[in-house]
Design a protein around this ligand. Structure first.
Ligand SMILES: [Zn+2]
Length: 234
């Protein structure tokens, strides 16, 4: 269980715009609230497919980190019709190829980080234990992080055991035996050092050693996007 309270439900049918809805004879969807259709950088990443799930939290939050997860599936889309998030959902799903999907506003809580939900923009990834993030996933995640830095106030840093802000990963808040703590090996960092409670599942591997070892690559790639996008709110 990594939920908060309300939530869950199938994703709504999402069309690109009210005009699209009208053009294919779905006039009723023209009533879609303007806020749903517009890209507002604090709420939506322009490069992601906007794919809101129904029943998502309306609780506001001020994000301080981007948290990396692995879904333990290679599916292109884990929140589709008939595949409810099962009590947990992330802001983004990052498939092995193609654009990321965004399921919740960036200034509203998702439900993937348990007690961390008030400060986390969460990103689920397609992948199985043993997989590395694909080049597409590295790029998508770097863009999500850079966007969160520019538009949402997330510090431009990699999380440490003493400061969980910045680019983070689920294991930082998971209890388990991940080997003897080594300050130079991020795969050993977990709740024992941080005190963070981001999961009730002891020993959960998320997001796996290989993904954690790619964190510096993601951070490095994000610096490119920060520079490209001006390093300031656009
Ligand atoms: Zn996770």
């Amino acid at each position: 269980m990594e939920t908060e309270d309300n939530l869950i439900g199938r994703r709504v049918l999402m069309l690109g715009s009210a005009a699209t809805a009208a053009s294919i004879g779905l006039g009723a969807l023209g009533a879609l609230p303007e806020a749903e259709a517009a890209v507002r950088p604090r709420r939506r990443a322009a490069f992601a497919v906007w794919d809101p799930i129904t029943g998502r939290s309306t609780t506001a939050m001020s994000p301080k980190r981007v948290t990396v997860h692995i879904a333990v599936t290679r599916s292109d889309d884990i929140y589709g019709p008939g595949k409810g998030p099962g009590g947990s959902y992330a802001h983004f799903y990052n498939p092995r190829s193609g654009a990321p999907r965004q399921h919740q506003y960036l200034d509203r809580r998702a439900a993937a980080d348990l007690n961390g939900n008030a400060r986390s923009i969460s990103v689920e990834h397609a992948g199985l234990d043993g997989d590395r993030m694909t080049d597409t996933q590295l790029r998508n995640l770097a863009k999500i992080f850079a966007w969160a830095v520019i538009h949402c106030g997330v510090p431009n840093r990699i999380a440490t055991v003493n400061d969980l802000r910045g680019l983070a990963w689920h294991r930082l808040g998971i209890d388990g035996n991940f080997g003897r703590f080594d300050r130079n090996d991020r795969t050993t960092w977990c709740r024992k050092q941080t005190g963070a409670v981001w999961s009730n599942s002891t020993g959960k591997l998320c997001p796996t050693d290989k993904f954690i070892r790619q964190i510096p690559t993601v951070y490095s790639k994000a610096q490119y996007w920060l520079k490209k996008w001006g390093g300031r709110p656009g």
